[in-house]
Design a binder for this molecule. Structure first.
Ligand SMILES: CC(C)(COP(=O)(O)OP(=O)(O)OC[C@H]1O[C@@H](n2cnc3c(N)ncnc32)[C@H](O)[C@@H]1OP(=O)(O)O)[C@@H](O)C(=O)NCCC(=O)NCCS
Length: 289
């Protein structure tokens, strides 16, 4: 499906010149209630604009004068078009990355927006945008089990995740036991079509559980997948009524500690020497760790 969704407006012009009217409820209208209108004009030569996506905002862009080149990217495909007609609008849906290039001196790009301005709605980091489009949390099945064996036996990942020695048979028994367990949830992590890791909640009690995750494919470290997984697990925990989460992370695992801190986890003082315990409560109630 193309990203270039055009709305052809009815042209009401006559021999005197052009006229386009946009009215709520009319046929071929803008498919949302317009809460904000802005326009981009007199863009300096050689300057490109945009470079962001929105979580919730929908927009229709209309080039009312001049021209510019619009690039849209949904994380899977990238399409571009010249914006050069005042009688059609380009509908830009949520979670679509947009860039505008090659503005003519006289270009005026009018944008109709479905929401008021909200800085929190912007995604300005392209890697983060791609991670949130491509990261999928799915059922953990035999394919993941086989890969987990390889991932967790990699010396670096084994150390970072503090995984004890285990045999293939123990791993299979663990996998078979999962069906009957209510205190353990396990998921596979995919990036696009690729299986890249695993995550879950363990030691699930009435109010808290222990979060765990690893990305087994090293080339995907540091591109935002971990952040997506933590967000998912927090949602999962909240959905089963938990009040908070805790986790254990190796003292030497700085990247994981950074990830957790950036997601609001705080270190809990313990006597453990080789690992830190971190916790996050979803409300003000302090967690049992
Ligand atoms: C630790 C791990 C889960 C982090 O996931 P990730 O997808 O690589 O991390 P993200 O890209 O989502 O990064 C999230 C934040 O952590 C920080 N971070 C990630 N990698 C980092 C690194 N190598 N050094 C410092 N900070 C790092 C980043 O600052 C990033 O914040 P930003 O988006 O504001 O820049 C992942 O790298 C991994 O699985 N490593 C091996 C196994 C492991 O350590 N598991 C955790 C056991 S507790």
């Amino acid at each position: 499906m193309s990203l270039l969704n055009w709305i052809e407006f009815q042209s009401l012009g006559d021999e005197r010149g052009g006229l386009v009217a946009l009215e709520i409820g009319m046929e071929k209208a803008v498919p949302f209630e317009i809460k904000r209108v802005y326009y981009i004009h007199h863009t300096e030569a050689g300057v490109s604009r945009g470079f962001h996506a929105h979580h919730n905002l929908r927009q229709v862009a209309i080039c009312v004068a001049g021209k510019c080149r619009m690039v849209l990217d949904d994380g899977f495909s990238r399409e571009e078009t010249w914006m050069n007609s005042p009688t059609r609008g380009l509908l830009i849906e949520t979670m679509v990355w947009r860039e505008m290039h090659d503005f003519s001196d006289d270009c005026v790009l009018l944008v109709l927006a479905s929401e008021h301005y909200d800085e929190l709605d912007y995604i300005r980091n392209y890697n983060r945008f791609i991670a949130s489009k491509k990261t999928r949390i799915v059922k953990y099945d035999e394919r993941f089990l086989k890969l987990s064996w390889e991932w967790l036996n990699d010396p670096e990942i084994k150390a970072l995740t503090m995984t004890p020695d285990f045999t293939r048979l123990q791993q299979l028994e663990f996998y078979k036991s999962l069906d009957g367990r209510s205190n353990y949830k396990i998921f596979g992590v995919m990036f696009g079509a690729e299986l890249v890791g695993a995550c879950g909640l363990k030691n699930i009690e009435a109010e808290v559980a222990e979060l765990w995750l690893y990305i087994g494919v090293k080339k995907y470290w540091g591109i935002g997948i971990g952040r997506e997984v933590v967000n998912f697990l927090e949602g999962e925990a909240a959905s089963i009524g938990l009040k908070g989460l805790y986790l254990k992370v190796a003292v030497s695992n700085i990247s994981a500690q950074t990830l957790y801190k950036k997601n609001g986890f705080k270190e809990v003082i313990t006597e453990a020497e080789s690992y830190l315990v971190m916790e996050k409560s979803f409300d003000s109630i302090s967690n049992k760790v």
